[in-house]
Design a protein around this ligand. Structure first.
Ligand code: ATP
Ligand code: MG
Length: 311
């Protein structure tokens, strides 16, 4: 099993978060008081929202005893998530802590009804529980939730900051990244450091000395042979093998889960599979593509797509 560099190089302390200067300064003030309000972290993907929340918990508590991370678009369904929130929120904090922290990723994926329920939970447990809601768009959250939270906006990382981050990995992995390669990565990722890291990791599996050419090769299209193999495994019901293949494609070729669906679509009529099977795949593609556009977690959706191909 490979290790994702985006995880390996995830910051451990607030001081290691790159960019987001104002946000970090304000958060440190809360840490020194030992208390936080309910918070909304809003911003584009890969800008440090989840990382910052995890660092904050570390600096406040020193451990994860009074912390839980949940994903609002989790495939287990919102009822489970809601149940887990209540179960966690209603028991007293452990040790010396005076409150618990719930990090809810992709909070903007919640339906309006679910948001109303969340709002009531926030009110009922305000004594013992603080929420950190991560989202891409704060405007998708109902007003009563927004007004209960202090909002922090996470900005796309600048070219300089992206470079700084890539250099940290360059040192850690003993790579040599050329200046034009940094440029090409920044053009492609537009301030999303997770994407930048995934591209870099894919490049490093080609060569430790990374040039613009390698970057361009990596962000190019996945070869149709790989896509075909991925689909075949899934159709034959070998879900775990197809999942492994999916992860390989993401790492070796640096393609994101949503790109992958588009590539399946563009190749489908060249593949050597039954016409009825093609139609079935297109229908499934349409469903899963729609859910991703609506804001569901792309990786979970692509895995669910592969699972459903198996019948
Ligand atoms: N500001 C940052 N400073 C340092 N590393 C960062 C920063 N932003 C992102 N990263 C890197 O990118 C990875 C993903 O970041 P993170 O999970 O914090 O993003 P996010 O904003 O929560 O994205 P999403 O909206 O997709 O959940 C991290 O593990 C880290 O390696
Ligand atoms: Mg996140």
């Amino acid at each position: 099993m490979f290790e994702l560099w985006a995880e390996k190089y995830r910051p451990k302390k607030l001081d290691e978060i790159i960019g987001q200067k104002d946000t970090i300064k304000r958060l440190k003030a809360f840490v020194s008081k030992g208390s936080i309000p309910n918070m909304l972290f809003a911003g584009m993907q890969g800008t440090g929202k989840t990382s910052t929340a995890l660092c904050l918990v570390n600096e406040l508590f020193g451990n994860r005893d009074n912390f839980v991370e949940l994903n609002a678009s989790d495939s287990r369904g919102i009822d489970t998530v809601r149940g887990e929130i209540k179960d966690f929120a209603r028991t007293r904090p452990m040790g010396k802590a005076s409150f618990k922290i719930i990090l809810l990723d992709e909070a903007d994926a919640l339906t309006k009804d679910a948001q109303q329920a969340l709002r009531r939970t926030m009110e009922n447990y305000s004594e013992t529980c603080r929420f950190i809601l991560d989202c891409n768009y704060s405007s998708k959250l109902i007003e009563p939730i927004q007004s209960r939270c202090v909002i922090f906006r996470f900005k796309p990382l600048t070219r300089e900051d992206t470079k700084k981050y890539l250099e940290k990995i360059e040192e850690g992995e003993k790579l040599k990244i050329k200046e034009d390669a940094v440029e090409a990565i920044f053009r492609e990722c537009g301030g999303d450091l997770r994407r930048a890291t995934n591209i870099l990791q894919a490049c490093a599996s080609v060569d430790k000395e990374i040039s613009e050419d390698i970057v361009l090769e990596v962000i190019g299209k996945a070869k149709s042979k790989d896509i075909e193999e991925l689909l075949k495994l899934a159709i034959e019901g070998k879900f775990l093998d197809s999942r492994k293949k999916l992860y390989n494609l993401m790492i070796e070729q640096g393609i994101s889960p949503d790109d992958l669906l588009k590539q399946v679509y563009s190749r489908i009529f060249e593949l050597e599979i039954d016409d009825n099977e093609k139609l079935r795949i297109i229908k499934l593609l349409a469903d899963y593509e729609f859910r991703i556009v609506e804001g569901s977690n792309p990786l979970i959706q692509v895995e669910a797509f592969l699972a459903s191909l198996g019948g």
